[in-house]
Ligand binder design. Structure first.
Ligand SMILES: NC(=O)C1=CN([C@@H]2O[C@H](COP(=O)(O)OP(=O)(O)OC[C@H]3O[C@@H](n4cnc5c(N)ncnc54)[C@H](OP(=O)(O)O)[C@@H]3O)[C@@H](O)[C@H]2O)[C@@H](O)CC1
Ligand SMILES: [K+]
Length: 512
């Protein structure tokens, strides 16, 4: 099924192509005029008349032109409007020159770029800052005067709570990767809202973008062509995922919902395996085995439904395997991973099993030649080990890293972290998971995700769908817990389980 237009995510090149085609086709009103009106309308939802001035930042490119258009509308509507311009006026594009001309003839107070933005008791605080410093044309780190302005704005908003509406993308963020342009050498505006123009963009939903873009809004600037244009990725919409396999018929029995073998829970790390096994239980797998390198645990007292087994005597049968949570990296762990990779059933590879893959080329080669489905669930550090990169390099382009892993190992990938990236080796579009929050940044939540993936595969879901469904439910469970006041502080992995169960039941019966 095709994703909804708002869930489609476009590359910078695709947006620029849409812009070029639109400019060739039409003259009045210009895209910049439409962008200015869209920003003005959005700003009106965040401000109130008589409640303090609005500050607009206009950079050297067309992002700045959009800000100048919006400024003219705001001042015409009676709002006290201040503007800071960066860049040579003579070097602006023709549309931006027109916008500048309007802004210069409107009752707008033009402030120098090095003005001191300090909240004071003498004058009313800004009720909104509109960030039009840089958009998709940012091609190097923000430095010098522009960087000082970014720092001032971030300080000001941190002190006052003033909202920031970013035009198209928070200035400093790479609209495609979600990284800060230039990494530590760059900087970025922290927006509370971002109005993405023409199409939605991947960088607003993953990595730093997930935090710095704030709430993402969309205006297609009346470009009908967006609906037919190519896109690079989409946001997961759980309602669009084929989950028929999970619905229960009256004549089914426990054998109908598959067996999951969690291989892990080595001495000292039993909790990771238990959490994965419990997640498989709460997500509806028919039978769950917890297979341990040393049978430290004979029974999960809280969930005796889980069958604890000794790995040395375990017979691989038709189970879906989840290998890694608390597995360790001893010789027996490597032998178990070899057996799992040779097993002709779906396998989920997590945690220590990923670290073993990174250090043992013969195991990586087995994975590459395997025909049954394989799903790898690395966090950025595990992905970095698999790709022989640094974590920073992985995070600089999360989608590229996930795609590289999918290609290299011929399997499906969930690259975890803010805005998890999902892709398979044959996928034309990757996915970004929109649910979840920092409450998930605690030990054991990854084990829960791995067990959940295993349970969905055991029930017959296709691997890409299972990964997307699992990621969404995992993140949405954390969101529900935060909404109920049980996080993000102190949210822990075990709490996710009943909420995931409830979400899956609601999803399958169309109540979400
Ligand atoms: N085109 C259209 O019809 C429409 C465009 N729209 C809007 O325009 C935005 C894209 O506009 P844009 O392409 O002009 O890019 P933008 O991000 O404003 O800035 C580029 C300028 O910044 C400069 N520069 C770059 N990095 C720098 C740095 N670190 N430090 C200093 N300078 C730096 C760069 O200089 P250069 O490197 O080229 O010398 C160039 O001058 C888009 O996000 C959307 O808001 C919409 O209104 C729809 C219609
Ligand atoms: K911006």
């Amino acid at each position: 099924m095709k994703p909804q237009q708002s869930d489609r995510l476009f590359s910078i090149q695709q947006i620029q192509m849409l812009e070029r085609n639109a400019k060739a086709d039409r003259h009045q009103p210009s895209l910049m005029e439409l962008a200015g009106k869209a920003i003005f309308s959005q700003a009106l939802t965040l401000i109130k008349p008589g409640q303090g001035p609005v500050l607009l930042i206009a950079g050297p490119g067309n992002n700045g032109g959009d800000a100048m258009e919006a400024a003219a509308h705001l001042s015409a509507a009676g709002y006290t409007t201040d503007m800071i311009r960066i860049g040579e006026d003579a070097a602006r594009s023709p549309e931006a020159q027109l916008a500048l001309n309007q802004a210069l003839h409107a009752p707008i107070q033009h402030l120098p770029a090095d003005v001191s933005l300090v909240p004071s008791t003498d004058q009313p605080a800004y009720q909104l800052i509109v960030d039009g410093l840089f958009g998709i044309g940012l091609n190097k780190p923000i430095t010098d005067a522009a960087a000082q302005l970014v720092a001032q704005i971030n300080n000001y908003t941190a002190q006052t709570g003033c909202p920031v509406l970013a035009i198209d993308v928070p200035s400093g963020l790479h609209a495609e990767t979600g990284a800060i342009v230039g990494g530590a050498a760059g900087c970025c505006i922290a927006a509370t809202h971002t109005l993405s123009l023409i199409g939605n963009k991947p960088g607003l939903h993953t990595g730093y973008g997930k935090q710095l873009a704030g709430q993402v809004l969309l205006d297609d600037l009346q470009l009908a062509a967006v609906a037919h244009s190519g896109y690079v990725a989409c946001l997961t919409d759980p309602a669009q995922i084929e989950c028929h396999a999970l619905s229960r018929k009256a004549y089914t029995h426990k054998g109908s919902f598959g067996d999951v073998a969690i291989i892990g829970a080595a001495p000292g790390m039993a909790g990771a395996g238990i959490l994965a096994a419990r997640a498989a239980l709460f997500a509806g797998a028919g039978r769950i085995f917890l297979v341990q390198p040393d049978t430290e645990l004979r029974l999960d007292m809280l969930h005796p439904e889980i069958m604890c087994r000794d790995a040395r005597q375990f017979e691989f049968n038709k189970q879906v395997i989840v290998i890694g949570p608390g597995l360790g990296q001893e010789q027996l762990a490597a032998d178990l991973l070899r057996a799992a990779l040779q097993h002709p059933c779906p396998v989920v590879i997590d945690a220590d099993a990923l670290n073993l893959l990174a250090t043992k080329p013969e195991l990586a080669a087995l994975l590459q030649t395997r025909t049954a489905a394989a799903l790898l669930t690395p966090h950025p550090l595990e992905a970095a080990r698999l790709l022989a990169l640094s974590t920073e390099q992985v995070q600089q382009n999360r989608a590229m890293s996930a795609k590289e892993l999918a290609q290299r190992f011929g399997c499906h990938i969930i690259l975890k972290g803010a805005g998890s990236i999902l892709c398979g080796p044959q996928d034309r579009h990757y996915r970004i998971n929109p649910s979840g929050n920092p409450g998930l940044a605690s030990g054991g939540t990854g084990d829960v995700l791995a067990g959940l993936c295993g349970a969905l595969l055991a029930q017959g879901m296709e691997v890409g769908d299972a990964a997307a469904f699992a990621c969404w439910a995992h993140g949405a469970a954390a969101d529900e817990l935060v909404a109920a006041g049980s996080g993000p502080i102190g949210l822990h992995a075990s709490e996710l389980l009943p909420v995931i169960r409830s979400l899956l039941n609601r999803l399958v019966t169309g109540r979400i």
